[in-house]
Write a new protein. Structure first.
Lengths: 323, 301
């Protein structure tokens, strides 16, 4: 097991580093961070100075090498947009994003399991058809549109219809000006962004849970348990559900890494200063050090959760051996 | 695909007569039994006719402004209202549909063709080609796709052609992985061995023997590709990295509408989103129908 984890980690390092190189090259090919000096009074001389400062006069490989040698010592460089330290900027932004992802995964896991089990147990009932339709719609809807519609109908709409003095759910940031920490205000601000982030996962995971529950429910050991006289409820919870969760857990771990893409949209719509916002701001200005560091950090998360998925699969289902 | 299959035995005047059907007939029968897929097909074709016939159907000229009129809510003259510049939203919606549909289908078809060829070669030859494909897929799972697309559009211009090319560049790998897996299984089968023994070249084996056998998953993947491409394009345009005016796509219209959420002009928000929703829903249902139609087992229930 340890050897397996080690091999996987060692294996991903070059892939992550190549991803970083591709991004650095792409940004440098597209953006010129010294463009602002071209029209300034200093003219050519200040452009040259700027290019030297950002090492733009060197070939891409040596720029990459100097980034890499610093990065392994923990120095991710300076933002070309704000001049702030890249490492600490990312750490600040990451905190917001982790909150979103944490609550998002918690909510969608609980909802998806509940809905999936209900659909499977009541297969072909009216409830099952309604949930199936909803999940089809959830999967076909662009998440950003869901976010906008949610603001319209869950935040601003009720305020106008009922003449409230403020909206029930917040849709700017995670707190109102003066409050901090975990309080009612925080929850009111979390609801819409978390829903926007997870509407697709809820739809997908609940379909998945339904399928795996149906699979397990027709297994021989479930029939045996029923034949022995175990109550239906106990069979469903103790025999069926526990086994039906195994495939879902793996899919969830794989998808959590992908949520870093989802926060880009969510954080833009709800003005949350997390990783997604940082990514968009940096991309608009071609901030190479920030984008490269962003890619590496999120790639590490994706790799980590892929690894967790594989390990969990082996732990939960002893028939699967990792080699 | 012309192997006759004895489908059913029909009693006619006391004589049992087996009816032979070709694979294609079987496929068609199973597909037409999927009501959702048929309805979706009709809706999608209607939608395409409306959008691509916009020149004849649309009530106003494309992008025709009426600054004196400004934004008005939906009414008898402007069924979906007008925007800030007095442009008729129904007209824009139809013209935008041209672009969204074109991007969706073009990306799906290009990436499926490229992905199938590369996946088939990687699966057939194995070893180095196979390793390269798998590592490439791993790599592109880690590079943020939005960054690649945004940079490419910034560098090569915000046109539909660039979007189509780069979306295809990012999507072919998923098809390739699926095809590779199927080819790995198929190439050990006796009929491939027989073909090889009778002197068929690798190209002939792949094109004539392997690909016809995996056409099912490939076609299903085309529908998935259309859905993903349309949603990705709309997201990209919404974020401001996609197509730029005067070109319009549904995502682009939603990007314009974002500022009006919660105001009296929130009507701008609905139509483009609903169009994306309907298109993707239809495409997904067709995919479902195809999956059932290619699966010989599905006839039983």
């Amino acid at each position: 097991m340890v050897a397996y984890i080690l091999r996987r980690v060692l294996y991903s390092i070059p892939v992550i580093l190549i991803a970083a190189l591709i991004l650095l090259w792409g940004v440098r090919e597209t953006f010129d961070p010294c463009a602002q000096f071209r029209t300034s009074r200093g003219g050519q001389a200040s452009v040259e100075r700027c290019r030297k400062a950002d090492h733009l006069d060197e070939p891409i490989t040596s720029q990459y090498w100097s980034w890499l040698t610093k990065a392994v010592q923990g120095d991710l460089g300076q933002s070309e947009r704000t001049n702030a330290d890249v490492g600490s900027t990312i750490a600040t932004a990451m905190w917001y994003t982790i909150q979103l992802i944490f609550w998002g995964v918690l909510l969608s896991a609980l909802l998806a399991i509940a809905l999936g089990v209900y659909s499977a147990v009541r297969q072909y009932s009216v409830g099952d058809y309604i949930l199936t339709t909803l999940s089809f719609i959830g999967l076909a809807m662009p998440p950003f549109w869901f976010g906008l519609i949610a603001i319209q109908f869950l935040a601003v709409g009720p305020k106008n219809w009922f003449g409230l003095d403020r909206t029930i759910f917040g849709f700017v940031g995670l707190h109102n000006g003066d409050s901090t920490g975990f309080d009612l205000d925080y929850v009111r601000h979390l609801v819409l962004p978390v829903l926007t982030l997870t509407v697709q996962s809820i739809a997908e995971w609940s379909r998945f849970q339904r399928a795996s529950m149906l699979d397990v429910m027709s297994a021989d050991y479930v029939r045996t348990a029923r034949a022995k006289g175990v109550r239906r409820r106990d069979v469903l919870v103790k025999h069926a559900l526990r086994n039906a969760l195994i495939p879902l857990v793996t899919v969830m771990a794989l998808d959590i890494g992908g949520l870093f893409g989802g926060v880009i949209i969510t954080e833009k719509i709800f003005a949350i200063p997390g990783m997604g916002r940082l990514f968009l701001d940096s991309l608009q200005q071609g901030d190479a050090p920030m984008l490269v560091a962003w890619t590496v950090v999120t790639a590490v998360f994706v790799v980590l959760f892929n690894l967790i998925a594989d390990i969990l699969y082996g732990v939960l289902d002893p028939r699967i051996r990792l080699a | 695909m012309t192997t006759p299959a004895i489908e059913e035995v029909r009693a006619e005047e006391g004589v049992f007569e087996p009816v032979a059907r070709s694979q294609w007939q079987l496929f068609r029968r199973r597909f037409f039994r999927h009501r959702g897929a048929i309805i979706s097909m009709v809706v999608l074709i209607l939608l395409a006719i409306l959008c691509f016939g916009a020149g004849f159907i649309a009530p106003y000229a494309n992008n025709q402004q009426d600054l004196l009129l400004g934004p008005v809510s939906p009414n008898a003259h402007h069924w979906l209202g007008t925007d800030e510049l007095g442009r008729d939203q129904l007209t824009r919606l139809l013209y935008a549909g041209q672009l969204s549909l074109k991007i969706g289908f073009a990306v799906a078809i290009i990436s499926t063709i490229v992905g199938t060829m590369i996946g088939a070669v990687a699966g057939y030859f194995g070893r180095a080609a196979d390793q390269l494909l798998m590592r490439l897929t791993d790599l592109f799972l880690l590079v943020p796709a939005i960054a690649i697309l945004a940079l490419a559009l910034e560098k090569f211009g915000h046109t539909d052609t660039v979007i189509i090319l780069f979306l295809s560049l990012l999507f072919w790998m998923y098809v390739a992985r699926i095809v590779r897996g199927d080819v790995l299984q198929l190439k050990e089968k006796e009929f491939i061995e027989a073909a090889r023994a009778s002197g068929a070249s690798w190209l002939r084996i792949v094109v004539r023997h392997i690909i016809p056998n995996i056409i099912g998953p490939i076609m299903v993947n085309v529908t998935l590709g259309v859905a993903t491409a349309i949603i990705t394009e709309s997201t990209l345009s919404f974020l401001g990295f996609g197509v730029q005016p005067p070109q319009t796509s549904w995502g682009n219209m939603l990007s314009d509408a974002e500022g009006y959420v919660g105001t009296s002009k929130s009507y701008l928000l609905y139509a483009p989103g609903i169009m994306i929703l309907i298109t993707v829903l239809c495409v997904n249902f067709i995919g479902d129908g195809l999956r059932d139609a290619f699966d010989p087992q599905s006839e039983k229930h």
